[in-house]
Design a binder for this molecule. Sequence first.
Ligand SMILES: Cc1cc2nc3c(=O)[nH]c(=O)nc-3n(C[C@H](O)[C@H](O)[C@H](O)COP(=O)(O)OP(=O)(O)OC[C@H]3O[C@@H](n4cnc5c(N)ncnc54)[C@H](O)[C@@H]3O)c2cc1C
Length: 385
Amino acid sequence: MEHVDHVVVGLGALGSATVYQLAARGADVLGLEQFELGHVRGASHDTSRIIRRAYDRPEYVRLADSAYRDWADFEAVSGERLVTRTGGLYFCPADAPVPAAHYLDSLLTCGVEHEALDPATVRQRFPQFDVPDGVTTVWTPDSGIVHASRSVAALQMQARMRGARLRDRCAVTALEEDADGVVVQTAQGPVHAGNVVLCTDAWTNRLLAPLGAQVPLRVMQEQVTYFKPPQSADFEIGRFPVWIWEGPVCYYGFPCYGETTVKAARDVSEVDMDVDQRTFVPSADRAAELQAFMSSVIPGSGSSLRTVTCQYALTPDRDFVIDSLPGHPRLLLGLGAGHGFKFTPTFGRVLAELATTGVTSDDVSLFRADRPSLGSAGALVPSGV
Ligand SMILES: Cc1cc2nc3c(=O)[nH]c(=O)nc-3n(C[C@H](O)[C@H](O)[C@H](O)COP(=O)(O)OP(=O)(O)OC[C@H]3O[C@@H](n4cnc5c(N)ncnc54)[C@H](O)[C@@H]3O)c2cc1C
């Protein structure tokens, strides 16, 4: 049987970064992907993802520090420009589930440059937003955009250049642990691995269930809409930032990025689904709801041009999983909980460190697989992308 030291299952963003980081360490690594590389059935396709340090907990702010460093390292190695700084606005209305004070405290604690703005100041500096009174706004100049599909392709190419083997259209059908590793059953025959990293997002429980394990993931079809502003110059980078509306329903959006449209979406559609039943047909109700929000808060954003679907696999507490599966030390899990893209290179590095040495210098204790909140499917906490 073919033997490799490390198998990474799933070559979306997180798996591609893990394969790259393992290969960069000189490790013997095979990446397996059930569909074609760069496919649109998962969570890592399309153009833009928000990157930000503005999180309500210091653990995420510190992990974001690592992510900015890891993106910069990868940009230097690959020669690709993947991160674009735009600045970011985080709107916290009075009924926000997480008060603005939590963001301000964690940014202050971690020494991140930021400013609290009242609605009049927002309207003056960013007249594109019609922010109602009573909204506290947090501005962070270092927020921005990461290019999603280009990042994934660059990670895969750099992994291959360092000796990683990537096999697409090769579904993993079962994992069988033995005395010195894991037999990975695939559509193209079995592979024996020293250890396995699962970056399978919405599909994760298919492989865990036969092992008697599961992560309580809620899988939803999400959608993002591209709007065509009549005055697109007002929405160019430099004049218009990335933004998140952290109300009881959370919305987020981007400036023009590669085309004269602005992208916006609702975070957490609550359109539950099974991955096999994904329709790729956007919800008309969600589209109408978003159009109403945009017309009210960003009146010049124009009308909808196209809507693209995507997929969330959310943990009950919306926190990541970066850990070995309890009771299965040879199986590592990386789950991005619907806001993981910005941390892609850090997921890859940390998972590669854990796979090769068992330890990592980043504090990932918040993301343990045996935390109590993963024991049951509790209420979802909207916390933005
Ligand atoms: C609409 C939308 C907007 C988002 N916006 C942001 C944002 O602004 N900022 C941010 O930080 N994050 C954002 N996210 C979240 C982020 O994009 C995801 O957390 C991240 O892309 C997840 O990557 P992944 O590799 O874990 O999952 P995926 O990209 O889904 O990859 C999982 C891969 O595993 C493969 N696979 C599964 N099972 C098997 C198997 N048995 N055998 C072989 N292969 C298998 C799948 O085919 C798939 O390719 C957004 C997500 C969506 C959907």
